[in-house]
Write a protein that binds this ligand. Structure first.
Ligand code: PLP
Length: 396
């Protein structure tokens, strides 16, 4: 353990199981630690560094904005904030935007918006989420999420109900004229890269429309090009009423957003909701440059294509491996489900120079920068295969 890691253990909240790696700088999809060791970054800060590290467009936008204006109160408009909002409405087809600083905050604001809207229609039924979901670590986020994350933080607030994934029967049973909202991740990220059935999503859309229930897509992980489209909702052909985004939007600069229909957005009146940092000039300029670069360089389409090549190579080299249960994903959001726990595999891969993480205990998660090269994707497959082969030999 180096000096920084020792200091971390003494001073930081011990809420993360960290690897003994202290990172120093990055370029593209490569990152280096303080010892000078180079890694392929297949995690991208958990689907955050969409343009990789030190992308010239993002560096330029941030430097330029820092010299002009970092932050003002939301009592005033700024050019980057409003330009970003306008761009997000155009990209999403939704009418209005509320900018914030993280995924958790986007979820919290979306829940408040859905509740105020439901209350105004005389409804007080639950916000329904799907088993295996993850909507962040606020109290409302964990109340809608896995029981495991609720433990020790009781009592949970009321007004949340979790139903089985992909079950039309459960939707029939629980979505009615009183239901406030249904919240869905088109692909569950923390839940282990689990794809939600598009047919189920279309069914949920129909039911929500019928009952005047708000349909929220949590695209905090799937959004901003990750799955091969700007929003995963485009790929499943479902238009939600509200979308939450964060992660890849700022390319590493903390920024999130709620996107909503006119009707939903306008139920919040002055004073109903707010944030000090949300959509400040620096974060907005960063997010604008990320979106411009994604559009200019056609990164959504390229992420979709690279994802197909990556999945094929994973399948060619690993399907049928005794330690591999399933390989799945969309675009550059890919999971390899193992028959063993993933922690030791993740650790060994880091030793061999590839950074990944584990979602839902058994799934090795790959969410690299959108600009990752096919060579780096290929190396990551080979490293995973070597680690699994070694593990298999050791335990034989
Ligand atoms: C789908 C989804 N929703 C919400 C969140 C919470 O975002 P944040 O960690 O920025 O609060 C995450 C984070 O992993 C996520 O993947």
């Amino acid at each position: 353990m180096n000096e920084i890691q020792q200091l971390d253990q003494k001073t930081y909240f011990q809420t993360y199981k960290r690897l003994p790696i202290t990172l120093s700088h990055g370029k593209g999809s490569r990152i280096w630690d303080t010892e000078g060791k180079e890694y392929i970054d297949m995690l991208a800060g958990i689907a955050v560094n969409s343009l990789g590290h030190a992308h010239p467009a993002l560096v330029h936008a941030v430097k330029n904005q820092v010299e002009k204006l970092i932050h003002v109160s939301n009592f005033y408009t700024t050019v980057p904030q409003v330009r970003l909002a306008e761009k997000l409405t155009r990209l999403s087809g939704l009418d209005r935007v509320f900018l914030c600083s993280s995924g958790l905050e986007a979820i919290e604001g979306a829940f408040k918006t859905a509740r105020k809207h439901a209350n105004s229609k005389g409804k007080n039924g639950p916000i329904i989420s799907l088993e295996g979901c993850f909507h962040g670590r606020s109290i409302a986020g964990i109340a809608s999420g896995k029981e495991q994350y609720q433990q020790g933080f009781e009592p949970m607030p009321g007004g949340f109900l979790q139903i089985p994934l992909n079950s039309k029967e459960a939707i029939d049973e629980h979505v009615n004229d009183q239901t406030t909202a249904v919240i869905v991740e088109p692909i569950q990220g923390e839940g282990g890269i689990r794809l939600v059935d598009p047919d189920f999503l279309r069914y949920v859309r129909e039911k929500c429309t019928k009952h005047g229930t708000t349909l929220i897509f949590d695209e905090i992980q799937t959004g901003i090009g990750r799955t091969g489209a700007m929003f995963a909702s485009e790929l499943v052909g479902v238009k939600p009423d509200m979308v939450t985004i964060a992660k890849g939007l700022g390319g590493g600069v903390p920024v999130g957003a709620i996107l909503a229909t006119e009707e939903l957005a306008m139920t919040l009146k002055p004073g109903d909701h707010g944030t000090t940092f949300g959509g400040n000039s620096l974060a907005s300029a960063a997010a604008l440059s990320v979106l411009q670069t994604i559009e200019r360089d056609d990164l959504c389409r390229k992420a979709g294509e690279k994802g197909k090549v990556f999945l094929k190579e994973l399948n060619d080299k690993l399907s049928g491996h005794p330690l591999v249960k399933d390989i799945r994903g969309m675009g550059l959001m890919v999971g390899v489900e193992l028959t063993i726990e993933g922690a030791s595999v993740m650790q060994k891969m880091a030793e061999y120079g590839v950074l990944v993480n584990v979602a839902s205990v058994h799934v090795i998660r790959f969410v690299p920068p959108l600009i990752v090269s096919t060579e780096d994707l290929s190396t990551a497959v080979d490293v995973l295969k070597s680690v699994l082969d070694e593990h298999n030999t050791d335990s034989a």
